[in-house]
Design a protein around this ligand. Structure first.
Ligand SMILES: Cc1cc2nc3c(=O)[nH]c(=O)nc-3n(C[C@H](O)[C@H](O)[C@H](O)COP(=O)(O)OP(=O)(O)OC[C@H]3O[C@@H](n4cnc5c(N)ncnc54)[C@H](O)[C@@H]3O)c2cc1C
Length: 477
């Protein structure tokens, strides 16, 4: 299709076609992962306004195109880049407004949670637990659940969403909340990249900003992995819920000028004041393993700005990433804990890339979830990332990711959409009954399949752990 054969409606933004010089930039230039797909849409709409989004959806209907969407461009598997159809890039929809009366912030879907929304709210003394990497867009992040700062204590970021403004499959602009279009509101909190509409604005309940941030970090040699993780599994349930607990395997620059991969046990306390934050970290200060640590940082004062910089260093933009993840489940007994630790160990101790890393994140004690599409969680989450620059390393790194997650399979309950790539491994992402309800909502709201569904290896076998699939008589697809 060329511009000669396409009747282009007046857009505030621009419709970019394959013959245009900036086609590739429009197609993948805003994809965070340097490992870009070859998939080719028919056109990319660089939307400048909500009206553009509506015009784009109507143009797609006229042309028989499916529609893909990009907000922040951070989906590891570049979900926004699909073969055929129209990609609507929402990058310009980033305006923010705050209502002091209701304490609700409203923001466009491409707003960067850490770089833009957090500093904006801090000026009002408010906070929203957005994604850890500051440039993640709130669009994809909130739709898939949103594992934001201290999600363990404050809940999934999507739980703070009180309403969404949505452009529907027929181009209408509607509000969805608990009172109106509540089916879409339910789906908008967990459906992820198969939401049957385009969210053009999120309305989010904010929380008061904390008084003091304290950061504890214990660095251990990888050979101590099993012992350290067993201890962490024993204590994480009883750490106060204002503390984010993450164990990360990552290269660490040391005081003697060398750098080597260590296991860092990190605890970030969001306290009312310094004393509260310090007391919240008592379990870590009293760890019986400290004499083994390579270094100990105990309750150091920190700031969100400092934390954001750390995240940026951990996740350099436009490097090549292969990621996967798992919800880890098992008995909370010494034997059960040892089993979980042994099954996740290779993720943390054998990463083939120098900059690669792996995280274990506490989600305990597990909080009950509200009624929303997001519905699968366990007490601990793991994800591994290979990070490399040379594309020729792809096959080796892909094989490693497959291997370590296959090893973790006996203790895997499912996966989180945020770190997954279903073209390689598709697991359960929500409770079976929620999955059925989501499919019904999609069918009712988008019967013609205007919006792309999950980018998956096998669309008929979604939301099932593949090793359990033979036991499933009738797989709803
Ligand atoms: C460096 C890095 C760090 C990360 N850290 C975290 C973290 O701490 N916690 C966490 O939970 N996740 C994290 N993620 C994962 C990230 O949240 C997801 O990849 C998320 O989808 C990114 O949202 P986005 O808008 O930037 O992505 P996009 O690639 O723009 O969007 C992903 C997909 O979501 C759908 N979508 C996006 N916006 C809309 C919309 N407005 N309407 C309808 N559908 C839409 C589309 O299908 C789109 O293709 C991280 C990712 C990266 C790259």
């Amino acid at each position: 299709m060329t511009s000669d054969t396409l009747t282009i409606p007046p857009f505030d933004g621009r419709l970019v076609l394959p013959e245009h010089a900036d086609w590739d930039d429009a197609r993948v230039g805003r994809v965070f992962n340097g490992r870009r797909p070859d998939r080719q849409p028919d056109a990319v709409l660089i939307a400048e306004s909500v009206e553009d989004v509506q015009r784009g959806v109507r143009l797609a209907a006229e042309r028989g195109w499916t529609v893909a969407v990009r907000s922040g461009g951070h989906a590891w598997a570049a979900w926004s880049v699909r073969d055929g159809g129209l990609l609507i890039d929402l990058g310009a929809l980033r305006d923010i407004s705050y209502d002091e009366q209701s304490e609700i912030v409203s923001a466009g879907p491409a707003t960067k949670g850490g770089d833009e929304l957090s500093p904006y709210l801090e000026a009002y003394g408010r906070f929203f637990n957005g994604g850890h990497c500051p440039s993640v867009g709130i669009g994809g992040f909130l739709l898939q659940g949103g594992q934001g700062w201290n999600q363990r204590g404050w809940g999934w970021a999507a739980e703070s969403v009180v309403a969404v403004d949505v452009v529907t499959a027929d181009g209408e602009l509607i509000r969805a909340d608990s009172e109106q279009n509540s089916d879409l509101f339910w789906a908008a909190r967990g459906a992820g990249p198969t939401f049957p509409g385009i969210v053009v604005r999120f309305h989010i309940k904010t929380r008061p900003i904390f008084g003091h941030l304290a950061h504890t970090v214990h660095g251990y040699e990888l050979e101590d992995f099993a012992e350290v993780m067993q201890w962490l599994y024993r204590v994480h349930h009883r750490v106060p819920d204002n503390v984010e607990i993450v164990a990360v395997s990552t290269p660490v620059p040391l005081e003697d000028g060398t750098e080597r991969r260590l296991l860092l046990v990190t605890a970030l306390a969001f306290g009312d004041d310094e004393q509260h934050a310090r007391e919240s970290l008592a379990e870590f200060t009293a760890s019986p393993l400290l004499d083994r640590a390579v270094f100990v940082q105990d309750a150091s004062p920190s700031t969100m700005a400092e934390q954001r910089v750390q995240q940026e260093l951990q996740n350099p933009e436009h490097w090549h990433y292969i990621t996967d993840n798992a919800w880890i489940d098992g008995e909370n007994t010494p034997e059960g804990i040892l089993r979980m630790v042994e099954h996740i160990r290779p993720l943390f101790t054998t990463n083939p890339t120098e900059k690669g890393f792996a995280i274990w994140m506490s989600n305990a004690p597990r909080r009950p979830l509200p009624d929303m599409a997001f519905s699968l969680q366990t007490d601990a989450y793991v994800a591994a990332y290979t990070v490399y620059e040379d594309a020729s390393e792809y096959a080796r790194n892909r094989a490693w990711v497959s291997e370590v997650f296959a090893h973790a399979q006996p203790v895997t309950a499912g996966q989180y959409l945020g770190d997954s790539d279903m073209t390689h491994r598709q697991l359960r992402v929500m409770a079976p009954e929620n999955w059925v309800r989501l499919l019904e909502i999609i069918q009712a709201r988008d019967p013609e399949g205007r919006f792309h569904r999950y980018l998956a290896r096998d669309s008929d076998r979604l939301n099932h752990n593949h090793w359990e699939i033979d036991q499933v008589a009738d797989v709803p697809g």
